[in-house]
Design a protein around this ligand. Structure first.
Ligand SMILES: [Ca+2]
Length: 136
């Protein structure tokens, strides 16, 4: 009987570890995919600019509330597919540090899905498609 509990315990541990590993791999895969899509010569901005855009998006969503206007403005700067994927890469995986808001750890896509309602998400997707040709 005791042995069975040990086996069940180990099984649960393996499942939990497997889940976190899967999550991590999945996220790395998304960043990896973005990497492949970036054509350096197409980039419209300097590295520091993408970093600045990513930080603005993060600040617009981090903590309580969401500043949709900032999100639309930042995305409106993008000019092509490489710009978009470079932004996704710069954003990488970020964690919410708001004291009273839910814990989010995710990529730009995950943040958008979490922070925006259907209408806002639709607008974000439209901007990205119009500016960069990426179906997001
Ligand atoms: Ca928020």
């Amino acid at each position: 009987m005791k042995q069975e509990f040990v086996i069940i315990g180990i099984l649960i541990l393996v499942l939990v570890l497997g889940f976190f590993l899967f999550k991590k791999l999945f996220k790395n895969d998304e960043t990896g995919k973005s990497n492949k899509e970036i054509i350096k010569s197409e980039l419209s901005f300097a590295d520091a600019d993408y970093e600045r855009f990513a930080n603005s998006l993060y600040q617009a969503m981090n903590g309580s509330g969401t500043n949709e206007t900032t999100i639309y403005e930042v995305l409106g700067n993008l000019k092509n597919k490489s710009d978009f994927y470079q932004l996704v890469k710069s954003f990488d995986v970020r964690t919410n540090d708001g004291m009273f808001s839910k814990n989010i750890e995710g990529t730009l896509a995950e943040w958008f899905n979490y922070e925006l309602d259907d209408t806002e998400l639709k607008k974000v997707k439209e901007i990205i498609l119009t500016k960069t040709g990426v179906t997001f």
